[in-house]
Design a protein around this ligand. Structure first.
Ligand code: PEP
Ligand code: MN
Length: 337
């Protein structure tokens, strides 16, 4: 439930409210809005305690949170969350593009790609070091060596780096190198992993599972936030449908749906959503127009030779062209990049 505080609520009264919330075993979550401060009292049956708070000094009003996700909900927080990754901020009118190869393959290709996406105007570098491959015989990623190369690419280009964490056992290693942790579609409901990344101080990009509803996605975000890590970015990357023309089906309507339900930034990954490089640009533009806060795009210097996801990877020159097109669209929809 939401406890709306009186505008001039005294500190001692607020302290008493917090103590009481904690006494009932509920989580305490302050939201300092422009006009007033509210306290989220978070727990599955929080609203049952309503009567204990209504007449306390400093309390203006009590409002239930109707959605099963609480901390991620717009009901709790009207204002959009800003998520900072390195020196980049997601969730503002400034549109952010995360770009880079599916996986870190070697030093030369990573540094080349990093420089080219940086020159084209990307804000973050992506690259997998631990890869969730369907086949155990496919390239699994370079592991720690890949993380070191990402860190070197960051040092050279200044781009913060994001990479996927697949296993709780790797978290300690990843946080030493990455600026943002990625939880992939296949792990969106790995609840132990979500709780563990929720205990780190790194921002997290949480990708929608291929058969997950928007509500499932927001419940997974709730897992992370409930551990204390509010720095969560959501990513729509397509869902499985009967359609076979594309790798997945991009659920573009998820963008405005998420924006209406949640204060968290949302980005779109048109690469994994379509599986086809020729569809990446049109879907990227549509995502910007639909209100996304950014994109995640796979770029490879030589897609035909890529060890992973070549068919959906843009060549650097095509990526540059796309960035130029996005800049024009951004202007038309009140954004910039
Ligand atoms: C990725 O971004 O490298 C990836 C594996 O994506 P997803 O989890 O969306 O399939
Ligand atoms: Mn990929």
């Amino acid at each position: 439930m939401i406890i709306v505080l009186k505008q001039n609520a005294a500190e001692e009264h607020v302290d008493a409210i917090v103590k009481k919330i904690e006494g009932f075993g509920l989580g305490v979550h302050f939201v300092h809005g422009k006009e007033r401060t509210i306290i989220g009292a978070i727990g599955s049956d929080a609203i049952n305690y309503r009567d204990h708070f209504t007449s306390m000094a400093g309390v203006e009003n009590i409002v239930p949170i109707m959605k099963p996700f609480k901390l991620a909900s717009r009901e709790l927080q009207q204002e959009r969350s800003l998520v900072q990754v390195g020196d980049q901020v997601f969730g503002s009118p400034n549109f952010k593009v995360i770009a880079g190869p599916c996986s870190v393959e070697n030093r030369e290709m990573l540094l080349q790609t990093a420089q080219e996406v940086k020159d084209a105007g990307a804000s973050l570098l992506r690259g997998g070091a631990f890869k969730p491959r369907t086949s155990p015989y496919s390239f699994q990623g370079l592991g720690e060596e890949g993380l070191k190369l990402l860190a070197e690419a960051r040092d050279i280009t200044g781009l913060p780096v994001v990479t996927e964490v697949m296993d709780v056992r790797d978290i300690e290693l990843m946080v030493r190198y990455a600026d943002m942790l990625q939880v992939g579609a296949r792990n969106m409901q790995n609840f132990r992993l979500l709780k563990e990344v929720g205990q780190t101080s790194k921002p997290v990009i949480l990708k929608r599972g291929m058969s997950a509803t928007v509500e499932d996605l927001l419940m997974s975000a709730e897992y992370i936030i409930s551990q204390g890590n509010k720095q969560v970015i959501l990513c729509e990357r397509g869902v499985r449908t009967f359609e076979t023309a594309t790798r997945n089906t991009l659920d573009l309507s998820a963008v405005p749906v998420i924006n209406s339900l949640s204060h968290l930034p949302v980005v779109v990954d048109p690469s994994h959503a379509t599986g086809r490089w020729d569809l990446v640009a049109p879907m990227a533009k549509a995502a910007l127009a639909a209100g996304a806060d950014g994109l995640m795009i796979e770029v490879h210097p030589s897609p035909a030779e890529a060890l992973c996801d070549g068919p959906q990877s843009l060549k650097p020159e095509r990526f540059k062209q796309l960035m130029d097109d996005l800049r024009r669209i951004a202007l038309a929809v009140g954004r910039d990049l």
